[in-house]
Write a protein that binds this ligand. Sequence first.
Ligand code: DI6
Ligand code: FE
Length: 410
Amino acid sequence: MTSTATWQTLFINVNIATMDDGSNSYGAINNGALAIADGKIAWIGEQSNLPAFDKSAVDVIDGQGKWITPGLIDCHTHIVYGSHRANEFEMRLQGASYEEIANSGGGIVSTVKATRAASAEELYVSAHKRLSALHNEGVTSLEIKSGYGLDLETEIKMLKVAKRLEENTPVTVRKTFLGAHAVPVEYKDNADAYINLVCEQMIPEIAKQNLADAVDVFCEGIGFSIEQTEAVFKAAKQYGLPVKVHAEQLSDLGGSELAAKYSALSSDHVEFLSEQGVKAMSAANMTAVLLPGAFYFLRETKLPPIELLRAHNVPMAIASDANPGSSPINSIQLMLNMACTLFRLTPSEALAGVTCHAAKALGIDGVVGRLEVGLDADIVLWDIEQPAQLCYQFGVNPLAALYKQGKKVK
Ligand code: DI6
Ligand code: FE
Protein backbone atom coordinates (compact mmCIF):
# COMPACT_ATOMS: atom_id res chain seq x y z
CA MET A 1 0.00 0.00 0.00
CA THR A 2 1.53 3.33 -1.05
CA SER A 3 0.64 6.62 0.57
CA THR A 4 -0.59 9.61 -1.42
CA ALA A 5 2.15 12.08 -2.28
CA THR A 6 1.89 15.65 -1.01
CA TRP A 7 3.43 18.14 -3.38
CA GLN A 8 3.29 21.93 -3.65
CA THR A 9 3.86 22.24 -7.40
CA LEU A 10 3.42 19.81 -10.26
CA PHE A 11 4.41 20.44 -13.86
CA ILE A 12 2.54 18.35 -16.40
CA ASN A 13 2.79 18.25 -20.21
CA VAL A 14 6.46 19.14 -20.19
CA ASN A 15 9.54 17.78 -21.88
CA ILE A 16 12.40 17.52 -19.45
CA ALA A 17 16.15 17.85 -20.04
CA THR A 18 17.25 16.21 -16.80
CA MET A 19 20.97 16.52 -17.69
CA ASP A 20 21.40 13.50 -15.46
CA ASP A 21 24.15 11.91 -17.50
CA GLY A 22 25.67 14.82 -19.41
CA SER A 23 25.46 12.66 -22.53
CA ASN A 24 24.33 13.70 -25.96
CA SER A 25 20.65 13.19 -25.25
CA TYR A 26 20.15 15.84 -22.53
CA GLY A 27 18.86 13.00 -20.31
CA ALA A 28 15.55 13.82 -21.98
CA ILE A 29 12.12 12.74 -20.82
CA ASN A 30 9.34 13.44 -23.31
CA ASN A 31 5.75 13.90 -22.13
CA GLY A 32 7.06 14.23 -18.62
CA ALA A 33 5.95 15.51 -15.26
CA LEU A 34 7.91 16.94 -12.35
CA ALA A 35 6.74 17.51 -8.79
CA ILE A 36 8.17 19.79 -6.12
CA ALA A 37 7.87 19.39 -2.36
CA ASP A 38 9.67 21.52 0.24
CA GLY A 39 11.88 23.17 -2.36
CA LYS A 40 13.19 19.86 -3.70
CA ILE A 41 12.35 17.71 -6.67
CA ALA A 42 9.99 15.09 -5.27
CA TRP A 43 9.05 13.16 -8.38
CA ILE A 44 10.17 13.12 -12.01
CA GLY A 45 9.30 10.84 -14.89
CA GLU A 46 6.91 10.16 -17.73
CA GLN A 47 3.51 11.62 -17.01
CA SER A 48 1.85 8.30 -17.71
CA ASN A 49 3.65 6.94 -14.63
CA LEU A 50 2.52 9.65 -12.20
CA PRO A 51 1.59 8.11 -8.85
CA ALA A 52 -1.48 9.12 -6.86
CA PHE A 53 -1.13 12.58 -5.33
CA ASP A 54 -3.15 14.86 -3.08
CA LYS A 55 -4.89 17.13 -5.61
CA SER A 56 -6.13 19.63 -3.04
CA ALA A 57 -2.64 20.74 -2.01
CA VAL A 58 -0.87 21.08 -5.33
CA ASP A 59 -0.53 23.88 -7.83
CA VAL A 60 -0.69 22.10 -11.21
CA ILE A 61 1.08 23.88 -14.06
CA ASP A 62 0.32 22.80 -17.61
CA GLY A 63 3.58 23.31 -19.50
CA GLN A 64 1.86 22.90 -22.89
CA GLY A 65 4.78 21.00 -24.34
CA LYS A 66 7.48 23.44 -23.25
CA TRP A 67 10.88 22.26 -22.03
CA ILE A 68 12.23 22.22 -18.50
CA THR A 69 15.95 22.31 -17.68
CA PRO A 70 17.88 22.69 -14.43
CA GLY A 71 18.50 26.30 -13.43
CA LEU A 72 21.61 27.42 -15.29
CA ILE A 73 24.94 27.79 -13.49
CA ASP A 74 27.64 30.31 -14.38
CA CYS A 75 30.67 28.76 -12.67
CA HIS A 76 33.29 31.46 -13.41
CA THR A 77 32.59 35.19 -13.12
CA HIS A 78 34.29 38.34 -11.89
CA ILE A 79 31.15 40.51 -11.73
CA VAL A 80 32.16 42.62 -8.71
CA TYR A 81 34.46 45.43 -9.87
CA GLY A 82 34.70 49.20 -10.23
CA SER A 83 34.46 51.20 -13.46
CA HIS A 84 35.11 49.59 -16.88
CA ARG A 85 37.91 49.23 -19.46
CA ALA A 86 36.37 50.56 -22.69
CA ASN A 87 39.55 52.64 -23.17
CA GLU A 88 41.62 49.43 -23.35
CA PHE A 89 39.12 47.97 -25.78
CA GLU A 90 39.84 50.94 -28.03
CA MET A 91 43.60 50.46 -27.57
CA ARG A 92 43.28 46.85 -28.63
CA LEU A 93 41.33 47.95 -31.70
CA GLN A 94 44.34 50.13 -32.51
CA GLY A 95 46.61 47.08 -32.34
CA ALA A 96 47.79 46.80 -28.71
CA SER A 97 47.56 43.28 -27.25
CA TYR A 98 45.94 42.29 -23.94
CA GLU A 99 49.39 41.34 -22.62
CA GLU A 100 51.01 44.61 -23.77
CA ILE A 101 48.30 46.59 -22.01
CA ALA A 102 48.76 44.52 -18.83
CA ASN A 103 52.55 44.92 -18.94
CA SER A 104 52.28 48.70 -19.33
CA GLY A 105 50.27 49.19 -16.14
CA GLY A 106 46.78 48.75 -17.54
CA GLY A 107 44.72 45.60 -17.46
CA ILE A 108 43.74 44.03 -14.15
CA VAL A 109 45.65 46.59 -12.06
CA SER A 110 43.68 49.46 -13.58
CA THR A 111 40.45 47.80 -12.42
CA VAL A 112 42.12 47.31 -9.03
CA LYS A 113 42.52 51.06 -8.70
CA ALA A 114 38.85 51.66 -9.52
CA THR A 115 37.69 48.86 -7.22
CA ARG A 116 39.70 50.16 -4.28
CA ALA A 117 38.20 53.61 -4.83
CA ALA A 118 34.61 52.36 -5.07
CA SER A 119 32.35 52.07 -2.04
CA ALA A 120 30.81 48.71 -1.17
CA GLU A 121 27.45 50.18 -2.12
CA GLU A 122 28.67 51.23 -5.58
CA LEU A 123 30.16 47.79 -6.16
CA TYR A 124 26.92 46.17 -5.03
CA VAL A 125 24.76 48.26 -7.38
CA SER A 126 26.87 47.60 -10.48
CA ALA A 127 27.34 43.89 -9.71
CA HIS A 128 23.62 43.53 -9.04
CA LYS A 129 22.90 44.68 -12.60
CA ARG A 130 25.28 42.07 -13.99
CA LEU A 131 23.86 39.34 -11.79
CA SER A 132 20.33 40.33 -12.83
CA ALA A 133 21.25 40.09 -16.52
CA LEU A 134 22.46 36.53 -15.95
CA HIS A 135 19.50 35.66 -13.74
CA ASN A 136 17.05 36.93 -16.40
CA GLU A 137 18.56 34.38 -18.76
CA GLY A 138 17.97 31.48 -16.38
CA VAL A 139 20.98 31.53 -14.04
CA THR A 140 20.09 30.31 -10.54
CA SER A 141 23.65 29.73 -9.23
CA LEU A 142 26.88 31.49 -9.98
CA GLU A 143 30.41 31.94 -8.80
CA ILE A 144 31.89 35.34 -8.02
CA LYS A 145 35.63 35.84 -7.64
CA SER A 146 37.44 38.55 -5.77
CA GLY A 147 40.78 39.64 -7.20
CA TYR A 148 40.37 43.32 -7.99
CA GLY A 149 41.38 44.41 -4.50
CA LEU A 150 44.80 42.82 -4.06
CA ASP A 151 44.87 44.11 -0.51
CA LEU A 152 43.10 42.48 2.40
CA GLU A 153 40.62 45.28 2.95
CA THR A 154 39.43 45.47 -0.65
CA GLU A 155 39.40 41.71 -1.17
CA ILE A 156 37.14 41.44 1.88
CA LYS A 157 34.99 44.31 0.58
CA MET A 158 34.47 42.41 -2.70
CA LEU A 159 33.67 39.10 -1.01
CA LYS A 160 31.18 40.81 1.29
CA VAL A 161 29.47 42.35 -1.75
CA ALA A 162 29.21 38.84 -3.22
CA LYS A 163 27.73 37.62 0.06
CA ARG A 164 25.19 40.45 0.09
CA LEU A 165 24.18 39.57 -3.49
CA GLU A 166 23.40 36.05 -2.33
CA GLU A 167 21.40 37.31 0.64
CA ASN A 168 19.30 39.67 -1.48
CA THR A 169 18.66 37.69 -4.64
CA PRO A 170 17.23 34.24 -5.41
CA VAL A 171 20.61 33.13 -6.73
CA THR A 172 23.12 30.83 -5.03
CA VAL A 173 26.49 32.59 -4.95
CA ARG A 174 29.77 30.68 -4.51
CA LYS A 175 32.54 33.03 -3.44
CA THR A 176 36.10 32.47 -4.63
CA PHE A 177 39.14 34.27 -3.25
CA LEU A 178 41.40 35.29 -6.16
CA GLY A 179 44.00 37.34 -4.30
CA ALA A 180 46.62 35.93 -6.69
CA HIS A 181 45.08 37.59 -9.73
CA ALA A 182 47.83 40.14 -10.48
CA VAL A 183 50.73 41.79 -8.68
CA PRO A 184 49.52 45.05 -7.10
CA VAL A 185 51.57 48.21 -7.76
CA GLU A 186 52.84 48.32 -4.16
CA TYR A 187 54.57 44.98 -4.83
CA LYS A 188 55.75 45.71 -8.38
CA ASP A 189 58.89 43.65 -9.02
CA ASN A 190 58.31 41.75 -5.79
CA ALA A 191 55.64 39.21 -6.63
CA ASP A 192 57.01 36.70 -4.10
CA ALA A 193 56.45 39.13 -1.25
CA TYR A 194 52.89 39.65 -2.45
CA ILE A 195 52.33 35.88 -2.58
CA ASN A 196 53.57 35.71 1.02
CA LEU A 197 50.95 38.26 1.97
CA VAL A 198 48.25 36.22 0.19
CA CYS A 199 49.34 33.03 1.96
CA GLU A 200 50.16 34.33 5.41
CA GLN A 201 47.62 37.07 5.95
CA MET A 202 44.85 37.10 3.40
CA ILE A 203 43.92 33.40 3.25
CA PRO A 204 43.94 32.95 7.04
CA GLU A 205 41.75 36.01 7.60
CA ILE A 206 39.31 35.20 4.80
CA ALA A 207 39.04 31.62 6.05
CA LYS A 208 38.46 32.88 9.58
CA GLN A 209 35.64 35.14 8.42
CA ASN A 210 34.28 32.30 6.27
CA LEU A 211 34.14 34.58 3.23
CA ALA A 212 35.28 32.15 0.53
CA ASP A 213 34.27 28.72 -0.71
CA ALA A 214 37.42 28.24 -2.79
CA VAL A 215 40.77 29.79 -3.72
CA ASP A 216 41.85 30.57 -7.29
CA VAL A 217 45.16 31.66 -8.88
CA PHE A 218 45.91 33.26 -12.25
CA CYS A 219 48.81 31.01 -13.32
CA GLU A 220 50.18 32.70 -16.43
CA GLY A 221 53.13 34.63 -17.82
CA ILE A 222 51.32 37.88 -16.95
CA GLY A 223 50.05 36.33 -13.71
CA PHE A 224 51.86 33.99 -11.29
CA SER A 225 54.44 31.23 -11.80
CA ILE A 226 54.00 27.56 -11.00
CA GLU A 227 55.97 27.97 -7.75
CA GLN A 228 53.89 30.94 -6.65
CA THR A 229 50.68 29.13 -7.59
CA GLU A 230 51.74 26.11 -5.54
CA ALA A 231 52.43 28.27 -2.49
CA VAL A 232 48.86 29.60 -2.67
CA PHE A 233 47.43 26.10 -3.10
CA LYS A 234 49.33 24.92 -0.03
CA ALA A 235 48.00 27.78 2.08
CA ALA A 236 44.44 27.18 0.85
CA LYS A 237 44.65 23.47 1.72
CA GLN A 238 45.93 24.32 5.16
CA TYR A 239 42.69 26.19 5.76
CA GLY A 240 40.53 23.47 4.21
CA LEU A 241 39.64 25.49 1.14
CA PRO A 242 39.37 23.76 -2.26
CA VAL A 243 41.45 25.24 -5.06
CA LYS A 244 41.01 26.01 -8.74
CA VAL A 245 43.13 27.72 -11.33
CA HIS A 246 43.12 30.09 -14.31
CA ALA A 247 45.60 28.19 -16.46
CA GLU A 248 46.85 27.66 -19.97
CA GLN A 249 44.92 30.68 -21.27
CA LEU A 250 47.75 32.41 -23.14
CA SER A 251 50.58 29.89 -22.75
CA ASP A 252 51.28 26.41 -21.30
CA LEU A 253 52.91 26.69 -17.88
CA GLY A 254 51.55 23.38 -16.60
CA GLY A 255 49.13 25.02 -14.18
CA SER A 256 46.44 22.41 -14.74
CA GLU A 257 48.80 19.56 -13.90
CA LEU A 258 49.86 21.30 -10.73
CA ALA A 259 46.20 21.89 -9.86
CA ALA A 260 45.54 18.17 -10.34
CA LYS A 261 48.12 17.41 -7.62
CA TYR A 262 46.03 19.52 -5.26
CA SER A 263 42.74 17.85 -6.29
CA ALA A 264 41.50 21.13 -7.71
CA LEU A 265 37.85 21.54 -8.61
CA SER A 266 38.64 22.92 -12.05
CA SER A 267 41.14 24.40 -14.42
CA ASP A 268 39.71 27.29 -16.39
CA HIS A 269 40.42 28.65 -19.91
CA VAL A 270 42.81 25.78 -20.94
CA GLU A 271 43.30 26.78 -24.57
CA PHE A 272 46.98 25.77 -24.36
CA LEU A 273 46.42 22.62 -22.28
CA SER A 274 48.62 19.66 -23.35
CA GLU A 275 47.58 16.00 -23.52
CA GLN A 276 49.60 15.40 -20.37
CA GLY A 277 47.60 18.12 -18.66
CA VAL A 278 44.34 16.61 -19.90
CA LYS A 279 45.36 13.21 -18.51
CA ALA A 280 46.30 14.69 -15.16
CA MET A 281 42.93 16.46 -14.95
CA SER A 282 41.12 13.28 -15.85
CA ALA A 283 42.94 11.27 -13.19
CA ALA A 284 42.17 13.94 -10.58
CA ASN A 285 38.47 14.04 -11.54
CA MET A 286 38.72 17.74 -12.38
CA THR A 287 36.44 19.79 -14.60
CA ALA A 288 37.69 21.91 -17.51
CA VAL A 289 35.92 25.26 -17.53
CA LEU A 290 35.80 26.68 -21.07
CA LEU A 291 35.37 30.42 -21.44
CA PRO A 292 34.33 31.21 -25.01
CA GLY A 293 33.59 34.86 -24.18
CA ALA A 294 37.23 35.60 -23.35
CA PHE A 295 38.40 33.61 -26.39
CA TYR A 296 36.10 35.71 -28.56
CA PHE A 297 36.76 39.09 -26.98
CA LEU A 298 40.55 38.69 -27.08
CA ARG A 299 40.29 37.25 -30.60
CA GLU A 300 42.28 34.19 -29.57
CA THR A 301 42.95 31.58 -32.21
CA LYS A 302 44.21 28.58 -30.21
CA LEU A 303 41.22 26.38 -29.48
CA PRO A 304 40.99 24.38 -26.24
CA PRO A 305 41.76 20.67 -26.82
CA ILE A 306 38.11 19.62 -27.02
CA GLU A 307 38.79 16.23 -28.65
CA LEU A 308 41.33 15.30 -25.96
CA LEU A 309 39.00 16.41 -23.19
CA ARG A 310 36.28 14.23 -24.69
CA ALA A 311 38.63 11.29 -25.18
CA HIS A 312 39.77 11.41 -21.55
CA ASN A 313 36.27 12.03 -20.17
CA VAL A 314 37.08 15.37 -18.60
CA PRO A 315 33.76 17.13 -17.99
CA MET A 316 33.58 20.46 -19.80
CA ALA A 317 31.80 23.34 -18.10
CA ILE A 318 31.01 26.62 -19.89
CA ALA A 319 31.04 29.99 -18.15
CA SER A 320 30.87 33.68 -18.97
CA ASP A 321 34.11 34.79 -17.25
CA ALA A 322 32.20 38.09 -17.00
CA ASN A 323 34.89 40.69 -16.24
CA PRO A 324 35.87 44.18 -17.42
CA GLY A 325 38.99 43.21 -19.38
CA SER A 326 38.72 39.97 -21.28
CA SER A 327 35.00 39.18 -21.29
CA PRO A 328 32.65 42.09 -20.56
CA ILE A 329 29.79 39.75 -21.42
CA ASN A 330 27.00 39.07 -18.95
CA SER A 331 25.07 36.55 -20.99
CA ILE A 332 24.97 32.80 -20.40
CA GLN A 333 22.79 32.30 -23.48
CA LEU A 334 25.47 33.87 -25.67
CA MET A 335 28.01 31.52 -24.05
CA LEU A 336 25.85 28.54 -25.04
CA ASN A 337 25.90 29.78 -28.61
CA MET A 338 29.63 30.51 -28.61
CA ALA A 339 30.51 27.15 -27.05
CA CYS A 340 28.93 25.59 -30.14
CA THR A 341 29.99 28.08 -32.84
CA LEU A 342 33.54 28.76 -31.61
CA PHE A 343 34.45 25.53 -29.79
CA ARG A 344 32.25 23.13 -31.78
CA LEU A 345 30.56 21.62 -28.76
CA THR A 346 27.28 19.87 -29.40
CA PRO A 347 24.24 21.69 -27.98
CA SER A 348 23.86 18.87 -25.45
CA GLU A 349 27.49 19.27 -24.33
CA ALA A 350 27.02 23.05 -24.09
CA LEU A 351 23.90 22.67 -21.96
CA ALA A 352 25.71 20.15 -19.73
CA GLY A 353 28.41 22.82 -19.48
CA VAL A 354 26.06 25.27 -17.78
CA THR A 355 24.23 22.69 -15.66
CA CYS A 356 25.66 19.39 -14.35
CA HIS A 357 29.30 20.08 -15.23
CA ALA A 358 29.18 23.66 -13.93
CA ALA A 359 27.78 22.32 -10.65
CA LYS A 360 30.69 19.90 -10.42
CA ALA A 361 33.14 22.72 -11.09
CA LEU A 362 31.71 24.50 -8.05
CA GLY A 363 31.52 21.40 -5.85
CA ILE A 364 27.72 21.66 -5.60
CA ASP A 365 26.81 18.77 -7.88
CA GLY A 366 24.95 16.94 -5.14
CA VAL A 367 22.59 19.90 -4.77
CA VAL A 368 21.91 21.48 -8.17
CA GLY A 369 22.74 21.07 -11.86
CA ARG A 370 20.50 18.11 -12.67
CA LEU A 371 16.83 17.32 -12.38
CA GLU A 372 16.72 14.37 -10.05
CA VAL A 373 14.68 13.47 -6.96
CA GLY A 374 16.18 15.03 -3.85
CA LEU A 375 18.03 17.86 -5.57
CA ASP A 376 17.01 21.51 -5.21
CA ALA A 377 14.07 22.47 -7.42
CA ASP A 378 16.01 25.09 -9.40
CA ILE A 379 14.12 24.91 -12.66
CA VAL A 380 13.69 26.88 -15.86
CA LEU A 381 10.67 26.51 -18.11
CA TRP A 382 11.59 27.41 -21.70
CA ASP A 383 9.28 28.28 -24.56
CA ILE A 384 11.11 26.08 -27.06
CA GLU A 385 10.38 22.95 -29.06
CA GLN A 386 13.79 21.34 -28.68
CA PRO A 387 16.74 22.03 -26.36
CA ALA A 388 19.15 22.88 -29.18
CA GLN A 389 17.21 26.13 -29.58
CA LEU A 390 18.86 27.36 -26.38
CA CYS A 391 22.20 27.30 -28.21
CA TYR A 392 21.04 28.13 -31.70
CA GLN A 393 19.32 31.46 -31.28
CA PHE A 394 20.52 34.43 -29.31
CA GLY A 395 18.83 37.73 -28.46
CA VAL A 396 15.25 36.59 -27.91
CA ASN A 397 14.93 35.23 -24.40
CA PRO A 398 12.85 32.03 -24.45
CA LEU A 399 12.59 31.90 -20.64
CA ALA A 400 8.95 31.36 -19.66
CA ALA A 401 9.33 30.83 -15.90
CA LEU A 402 12.06 30.38 -13.31
CA TYR A 403 11.92 28.53 -9.97
CA LYS A 404 14.51 28.75 -7.22
CA GLN A 405 14.28 26.03 -4.59
CA GLY A 406 10.70 25.43 -5.66
CA LYS A 407 9.61 29.06 -5.49
CA LYS A 408 8.56 30.90 -8.65
CA VAL A 409 10.87 33.91 -8.98
CA LYS A 410 10.13 34.78 -12.64
N1 DI6 B 1 41.71 35.72 -16.66
C1 DI6 B 1 40.68 36.35 -17.19
O1 DI6 B 1 40.13 36.08 -18.22
C2 DI6 B 1 40.30 37.43 -16.29
N2 DI6 B 1 41.14 37.19 -15.19
C3 DI6 B 1 41.96 36.23 -15.46
O2 DI6 B 1 42.80 35.86 -14.67
C4 DI6 B 1 40.60 38.77 -16.88
C5 DI6 B 1 40.52 39.85 -15.86
C6 DI6 B 1 40.72 41.23 -16.43
O3 DI6 B 1 41.31 41.45 -17.49
O4 DI6 B 1 40.25 42.15 -15.74
FE1 FE C 1 38.54 34.64 -15.18
